[in-house]
Design a protein around this ligand. Structure first.
Ligand code: ZN
Length: 335
């Protein structure tokens, strides 16, 4: 089906994307329900526009339990002035707003994982309608896209900014340049477990320069991780020339996820004992975690072994683990 065959999005913005100045408003998504017959989901949005220049689309809360992005973007939305900008900055601190309000990864309305819902549907669920609006209305406006993620309640990450290996090497190079400019402590050439339906993939297939982050996790933010997000987003705006002055580059260590061997999954549930912490060097074959069966004493733990040399860049966060959970992710330091 071509885009033209789709009905218009039911979402109406209360901001005008072509007006100059700073506008704070909403993406209003009609959502009829028991407690509000003609009610709506009100997704906060800020548009800051001043003259000609590139457009940056900055998003957080794609998953509702990841907080560095929303912190950096609610702060940016209230502080960035039109006179600081050459071009347009579109800020949506909490994309999947129902999930963000509930503090959950997916939407409490329809269980939708926004980052597996692209390209979405204008006549679908609430989450699919949000995806469709980004797909057809917001992404086409953008030159560069920064989508903040963290580990949420179930994962914890070394703080990194990331982009993907792409078929278009020029697009890929511009994305990695922007990752370098973000200047997180780590920069990642990122591999996805399953890229279908992701916002990342939608933006990249449109030819946009797309970068993302994983800045911590455990369902909270720290002073350090929030600071990395705030510093990084300003660096991105400076690097693209939307805000004057060059990026304030810091030290970053480049990491690579070369293949699926970087991921380790639990085959049985239980009590997890971490053997390494984030950032620790790990050798192939080393035990990275033990999983104790919890039904009885006396049984040996299951050992999760590293399938490659590298450093531990992500780990399962809660103390109990289920079969199928991602337990550890190892990345290789790029020399
Ligand atoms: Zn996420």
């Amino acid at each position: 089906m071509s885009d033209k065959a789709l009905r218009p999005s039911p979402i109406s913005p209360t901001v005008d994307f072509d007006s100059e100045g700073v506008q704070h408003g909403f993406l209003r998504l009609p959502y009829s329900r028991d407690d509000s017959a003609w009610g709506s989901v009100m997704i906060p949005i800020t548009v800051i526009r001043n003259g000609s220049g590139p457009t940056a689309l900055l998003t957080g809360g794609n998953h509702g339990d990841e907080y560095e992005g929303p912190i950096a973007l609610f702060d940016l939305a209230r502080s960035l002035r039109a006179e600081d900008v050459s071009g347009t900055v579109i800020v949506v601190p909490a994309m999947n707003y129902p999930a963000f309000v509930a503090g959950t990864r997916t939407s409490p309305i329809d269980s939708g994982n926004l980052n597996r819902s692209f390209p979405g549907r204008p006549d679908g669920t609430v989450t699919q309608k949000i995806a469709d609006y980004f797909q057809r209305e917001l992404l086409p406006r953008a030159d560069i896209v920064l989508d903040f993620h963290s580990g949420g309640r179930t994962l914890d990450f070394l703080p990194f900014c990331a982009a993907h290996i792409l078929p278009d090497k020029d697009q890929e190079a511009r994305a990695f340049e922007l990752v370098e400019a973000f200047s997180a402590p780590y920069s990642m050439r990122m591999l996805e477990i399953d890229a279908v339906g992701m916002y990342d993939t939608a933006a990249e297939e449109m030819g946009k320069v797309f970068i993302t982050t994983e800045l911590g996790g455990g369902g909270t933010a720290t002073a350090k991780s929030a600071g990395i997000a705030k510093h990084g987003v300003m660096n991105v705006l400076r690097h693209t020339g939307i805000v004057a002055g060059g990026a304030e580059a810091g030290q970053t260590t480049w990491l690579d996820m070369p293949d699926g061997n970087c991921f380790s999954f639990a085959e049985e549930g239980g009590l997890i004992e971490p053997i390494f912490d984030l950032g620790d060097e790990v050798r192939e074959g080393a035990v990275v975690a033990r999983i104790y069966p919890t039904g009885r004493t006396g049984a040996p733990p299951i050992e999760i072994r590293a399938k490659m040399d590298g450093i531990l860049c992500a780990r399962h966060f809660p103390g109990l683990v289920k079969a199928g959970d991602c337990v550890a992710v190892i990345a290789v330091i790029v020399a």
